[in-house]
Design a protein around this ligand. Structure first.
Ligand code: GAR
Length: 208
């Protein structure tokens, strides 16, 4: 049997990006297998989405395990046990611990709903990104997939796709349009890893 890329998807909320990955995997459009979905939020609807598709869905948080260190150990153990090749942050609203980032250097990716590095960083997530784009008067924004390093939204961008800003856009309307593009580019980048088009060892920091 051909080897499939084993992925872990980390989520915090509704999980529409997770759904876009599940749908492509099930349609055979990407040679990957979702081994596990993990959420820091026990109520995340994303967990329900995973369970509906018979994917292992776990609530794992620092609170649940008593400390960040313990959570990190549990996560690492799980990733090793499941032989994870790629960790996908799909609406995960936490910084992944540097210990995990170091171990999986070049093999952790994140979807971001705006231009990087300008509209990223701590506190710049979800609607706040779209609000900032509108306040800056941009005519164009984008959805971005980047490699995760130790700093929020900082690692090299692997793929970004432009989205026009309309004169009457609200943060909500813009978010909806960007989200549709996120649903295309995140599976595309996973597929690039699955096809060996991205070599994690060769991703350079100066790509950002
Ligand atoms: C997405 O728009 C994603 O780009 C954003 O959260 C949303 C999650 O939606 N992530 C960030 O802002 C991280 N900095 P989803 O749960 O429906 O996939």
């Amino acid at each position: 049997m051909e080897k499939k890329l084993k992925i872990a998807v980390l989520v915090s909320g509704g999980g529409t990006n997770l759904q876009s990955i599940i749908d492509r995997v099930e349609a055979g459009k990407i040679k990957a297998q979702i081994e596990v979905v993990i959420s820091n939020n026990s109520k995340a609807y994303a967990l329900e989405r995973a369970r509906r598709h018979n994917i292992t869905a776990l609530h794992m948080s620092a609170k649940k395990y008593g400390s960040q260190e313990r959570l990190d150990e549990e996560l690492l153990e799980l990733f090793e046990e499941k032989q994870i090749d790629l960790i996908v942050l799909a609406g995960y609203m936490k910084l992944l611990s540097p210990m995990i980032v170091r171990k999986y250097r070049g093999r952790v990716i994140n979807i971001h709903p705006g231009p990087l590095p300008e509209f990223g960083g701590k506190g710049m997530y979800g609607q706040r990104v779209h609000q900032a784009v509108l306040s800056a008067g941009l005519k164009e924004t984008c959805a971005s997939v980047h490699v995760v390093d130790e700093i929020y939204d900082h690692g090299p961008v692997l793929l970004e796709r432009k989205v026009s800003v309309m004169p009457d856009d609200t943060p909500e309307s813009l978010a909806a349009r960007v989200l549709k593009v996120e649903h295309q580019i995140l599976p595309e980048v996973i597929n690039m890893y699955a096809q060996g088009k991205i070599d994690p060892g060769k991703i350079r920091e100066d790509q950002s």
